[in-house]
Design a protein around this ligand. Structure first.
Ligand code: 3PG
Ligand code: MG
Length: 398
């Protein structure tokens, strides 16, 4: 039995169901440029309308800070979503009040309407009880299908869940199931790969992972901070020199709890951070003063890949190199390929999340083969840090 209710328990027919979705989608020139978040909430919307509910979608877009910012209107998203999902999705230019209620009534059963950006009201981010009550007044039941917003204790993710019978949508359910399979009750050994620029933003994450995983691969700019702490000269590489003590503390703690930390042995080095920059492969002990480590080297990659083939669970956040520029994605892509193969052969549960990670894995063409790719950025990180997510906790409190 799960600790939260799902659509299996929801009696939808004739009800008005408020569904918190994350339509904070990438836009380019006023057009949606990535439909992943829209596609992920489609099953919940379709299931509820098929069961005869009126579906009222609530979302934020951008960070308008309680002001009406026309550029942050959700109206273009409503149109893009209608087209993408092949269902009519109405739009109303506010999310509370009598006129909003009339618009919902006019939508009727089996209809769908998207309300304007909840962050146009200051009460949203303040988790204000009155604002939450105004939202709750629009419907009979509440569904949270926005795991990626659930690290925020906001009115439409937290307070509202205490005012109406609350349920996890199918997307939320899938996220929670996949994430708990990866970190709470994983098949062992578990490998975590953590990359990205800085350790300063990932300290809580590293301390939490050490306790939970058997192998922790540290890559990207972050790895340089660890190498530097161990006395390696990383030349002109990105490095947080002031965090040497913290890095050493993490290494010591990992050793004490039996978590094997894997750092780069070799790297792809260049003097310029640009596409096709002249580069060479060398041991991390041979970095010149003007050189930067921009990718994991072949020896490091082969070490990680061979360790990965012994693992049963992989959790991945952050690329290992500057994958955006050629050829410094080679290490990340090679490891992604092994993860893909192991997953396809049913030997590995592979879960990844975070904006950059998903972009890197998409570039490697492996996202369809991973067990689960989270659409969450901040929420995925906070979950990896072992924190309670307020929006999820509110569902559990039912
Ligand atoms: C996201 O895009 O990460 C979520 O929609 C949350 O957005 P926020 O960081 O502005 O709260
Ligand atoms: Mg964010």
């Amino acid at each position: 039995m799960t600790a939260y209710q799902t659509l299996d328990q929801l009696e939808a027919n004739g009800k008005t169901v408020l569904v918190r979705v994350d339509l904070n989608v990438p836009m380019n020139d006023g057009k949606v440029s990535d439909f992943t978040r829209i596609d992920r909430v489609a099953p919940t919307i379709k299931e509820l309308t098929e069961k005869g509910a009126t579906v009222v979608l609530l979302s934020h877009f951008g960070r308008p800070k309680g002001q009406i910012v026309p550029d942050m209107s959700l109206e273009p998203v409503a149109h893009a979503m209608s087209e993408r999902l092949g269902i009519k999705i109405g739009f109303f230019n506010t999310c509370v009040g009598n006129e909003a209620m009339d618009a919902i009534r006019a939508t009727g059963s089996a209809g769908v309407i998207l309300m304007e950006n909840v962050r146009f009201f200051a009460g949203e981010e303040q988790n204000n009880a009155d604002f939450a009550a105004s939202l709750a007044a629009l419907g009979d039941l509440y569904v949270n299908d926005a795991f990626s917003c659930s690290h925020r204790a906001h009115a439409s993710t937290e307070a509202i869940a205490r005012l109406l019978p609350a349920y996890a949508g199918r997307n939320m359910e899938a996220e929670l199931t996949a994430l708990s399979a990866a970190l709470e009750v994983p098949a062992r050994p578990v490998m975590a790969i953590v990359g990205g620029a800085k350790i300063s933003t990932k300290l809580d994450l590293l301390f939490n992972l050490i306790e939970k995983v058997d192998n922790l691969v540290i890559g990207g700019g972050m790895a340089n901070t660890f190498l530097n702490a161990k006395g390696v000269d990383v030349g002109a590489s990105l490095c947080e020199h002031d965090l040497a003590d913290t890095a050493n503390e993490i290494l010591a703690k990992a050793e004490a709890v039996g978590c094997d930390i894997i750092l780069p042995e070799d790297g792809v080095l260049a003097k310029e951070f640009k596409e096709h920059a002249k580069n060479r492969t060398a041991s991390v002990l041979e970095v010149g003063s003007e050189e930067m480590i921009l990718d994991a080297g072949p020896q490091t990659v082969s070490h990680i890949c061979s360790r990965l083939t012994d693992c049963k669970t992989l959790i991945w956040n952050g690329p290992l190199g500057a994958f955006e520029i050629e050829p410094f994605g080679t290490g990340t892509f090679a490891i992604a390929e092994v993860a893909k193969r192991q997953t396809q052969n049913n030997k590995l549960v592979s879960v990844a999340g975070g904006g950059d990670t998903v972009a890197a894995l998409s570039k490697a063409n492996v996202t369809d083969s991973f067990t689960y790719i989270s659409t969450a950025g901040g929420a995925f990180l906070e979950w990896m840090e072992g924190k309670d997510l307020p929006g999820v906790k509110a569902l559990m409190a039912q």
